[in-house]
Ligand binder design. Structure first.
Ligand SMILES: NC(=O)c1ccc[n+]([C@@H]2O[C@H](COP(=O)([O-])OP(=O)(O)OC[C@H]3O[C@@H](n4cnc5c(N)ncnc54)[C@H](OP(=O)(O)O)[C@@H]3O)[C@@H](O)[C@H]2O)c1
Length: 386
């Protein structure tokens, strides 16, 4: 028979040990205060009922569902006439490029696959239809790019080029920064970034003609830098080049997508050449740098790297080529495609954490050098007043 106003009722409920006193936020004001007495022992039930059936709650859930549905339908709409469309892919000797060339060829696209070597081109031809054409291309050689443009121009004629996929890339290794010389940075940036830019600039008139698509293969290491050398730098560059290009080309109805794979088993992630490169860099270090890391550091480093690679490397490369295919065939291609569980669930979320936290996690993946923290301790001891 007792009556409470709302603040009092809240106090009552809190004092009787109700698990979630904030449930009163959802309390419908029209509810008869007489019933508040019941709340003492039925708070859980009332909370659930009032939250789910509350009109704002229902409206919000319906909105979220509708948005997801619209997004799903929009995302699955496809373009037509793919058998009339030309796609040019770089780096088709192996890996994603090779797989994508075959995949699109099977779908009916007119694929022009650019290979670095004659051997790669010949092998690809044997496993594709006669529709697929190959051309030799070294993306760091301007003359080679010009020759490829002439070849593609003659192939596509008035149709123009529907798809340009900038896929060619190299990694070398991801060593600590003070192990590498500037040439090593240049080599990777030349292929992955400047190669992508030059190929794009030279093929752009053909893509404009078809009002087509540009698909740039970056990496999750273009969102989060966790390895030394030129690789992350080059991929961050690919991201920013693609972002600018996308905005500039929107006027001409050209769509630009970025592919951000996690770790997949291809030539580029083959552990043996990476290990060989790391040992070469280690043996060229000065005794002073070596002793700052500790004599056994290279072995500890390689062991940690191999463990991470074993955990992360996925053989489901179709996750990547399916993203590339979606970017070329969807009516509304996405701007960014994260490919692989590690990209979506590990590296991307990690990139949104506060930097100090992200750095700590990444440092935990590799062993500490022998002198880690020693210099700082020595320095602070020198600063202490006597
Ligand atoms: N695999 C991964 O985990 C991963 C993750 C993120 C991003 N990616 C990116 O995915 C792309 C494809 O790599 P992938 O994994 O498929 O490795 P891949 O098998 O090594 O493919 C790279 C291709 O690029 C070619 N290439 C190298 N230098 C070139 C140059 N100067 N001009 C033209 N072509 C050149 C290679 O030819 P040769 O085989 O003849 O050397 C090879 O066919 C790269 O951009 C890479 O950075 C890969």
């Amino acid at each position: 028979g007792e009556k409470y106003d709302l603040p009092e009722a809240r106090k009552e409920i809190v004092s009787c040990g109700a698990p979630k006193s904030y449930t009163l936020c959802w309390w419908p004001p029209r509810r008869n205060p007489d019933t508040l007495k019941e709340v003492d022992w039925t708070v859980e039930r009332i909370e659930t009922r009032s939250c789910l059936l509350d009109p704002p709650c229902l409206a919000l859930a319906a909105c979220a569902l509708l948005t997801a549905l619209v997004w799903f339908v929009r995302d699955s709409l496809k373009i037509s006439d793919i058998d009339q469309k030309y796609v040019f892919i770089t780096g088709c000797d192996s890996g994603f490029g090779n797989q994508l060339a075959k995949q699109l060829d099977r779908q009916g696209f007119r694929v022009i696959a650019a290979c670095l070597t004659e051997k790669g081109a010949a092998e690809l031809k044997t496993s594709a239809t006669p529709r697929l054409k190959t051309v030799l291309l070294n993306v760091v050689d301007g003359k080679s790019i010009d020759e490829a443009v002439v070849f593609v121009k003659a192939e596509v004629g008035e149709e123009g080029l529907w798809g340009l996929v900038n896929n060619a890339g190299i990694l070398l290794a991801l060593p600590p920064t003070d192990w590498i010389q500037i040439e090593s940075f240049r080599k990777v940036i030349d292929v992955n970034l400047l190669g992508t830019i030059e190929v794009t600039l030279k093929f752009l008139p053909l893509v404009k003609k078809a009002r087509g698509r540009i698909v740039n293969v970056s990496s999750i290491m273009g969102r989060l830098a966790f390895g030394g050398g030129g690789y992350c730098i080059s991929k961050f560059g690919v991201e920013s080049f693609s972002d600018t290009l996308r905005k500039d080309m929107k006027h001409f109805d050209i769509k630009v997508s970025i592919i951000e794979p996690g770790f997949f088993k291809t030539q580029i992630t083959n552990v043996q050449p990476i290990e060989k490169e790391l040992r070469r860099l280690w043996s060229a270090l000065t005794p002073e740098i070596k002793s700052s890391y500790g004599t056994d550091y290279i072995d500890r480093y390689l062991k940690a790297q191999n463990t991470s690679m074993n955990l992360l490397l996925s053989s489901k490369t179709s996750h990547v080529t399916d993203c590339m295919q979606h970017a070329l065939t969807a009516k509304y291609p996405r701007t960014r495609y994260g490919a692989g569980w590690d990209a979506k669930l590990l590296w991307l979320p990690l990139s949104y954490l506060p930097t100090a936290l992200t750095d700590r996690v990444i440092r935990g993946l590799l062993p500490d050098p022998a002198e880690s923290g020693v210099t700082a301790t020595r320095h602070s001891q020198q600063q202490e007043p006597r």
